[in-house]
Design a protein. Structure first.
Length: 178
């Protein structure tokens, strides 16, 4: 499988290695790689739109994203090829930060990180490419047709973005999926 998915394996290894390194060995680098819309606009730190997608806040955040990546990325890249896969992954990563860039441009304390937007793009591309597949929502043991899962996920993202009381960038999930 891995010989037909070189882009996905490089993304997986890079994300895990960089996340673990910044979490445990170099937290100051983690802070520099995070997305800060305030700094993007004022200090031209546009690179953080990409670098923030390769670092994670904690082990749970990293494991959840990489678990989802594992189940969808390899199959998708094998079906569509590495170049298209890379365009979807990085395009979703960039798109996932668009709302945050405008919404938080005047907030110097706002920061965002993680691959969730890019992962949402991969998940939704897999749903579109394999519409007859069935997915499960943890902890429900009932398989759901992929398009219905996708609609439920979008509805949840939209609701969570409007009503969130947590530190999760729900707009990144929504924009990455779209």
């Amino acid at each position: 499988m891995f010989e037909t998915t070189p882009v996905a394996i490089v993304i997986l290894i890079t994300t895990v290695a960089l996340s673990l390194y910044t979490m445990y060995a170099n937290p100051s680098l983690l802070y520099r790689l995070m997305l800060s819309p305030f700094e993007v606009w004022r200090e031209n730190k546009w690179y953080t739109i990409i670098t923030s997608g390769f670092v994670h806040a904690d082990l749970t955040h990293l494991l959840f994203n990489m678990f989802t990546f594992y189940f969808f990325a390899f199959q998708l890249e094998a079906a569509i090829g590495g170049m298209k896969f890379a365009v979807i992954y990085f395009g979703s990563m960039i798109a996932s930060d668009i709302l945050s860039l405008f919404k938080h441009k005047d907030n110097p304390s706002y920061r965002s990180l993680g691959a969730s937007g890019a992962i949402s793009g991969i998940l939704f591309s897999a749903i579109l490419y394999f519409p007859m597949s069935k997915l499960m929502i943890f902890p429900l043991p009932i398989p759901i047709p992929a398009p219905i899962f996708g609609l439920l996920y979008l509805a949840w993202c939209f609701y969570a973005e409007r009503n969130a009381q947590d530190n999760i960038n729900h707009s990144a999930h929504l924009m990455g999926a779209l």
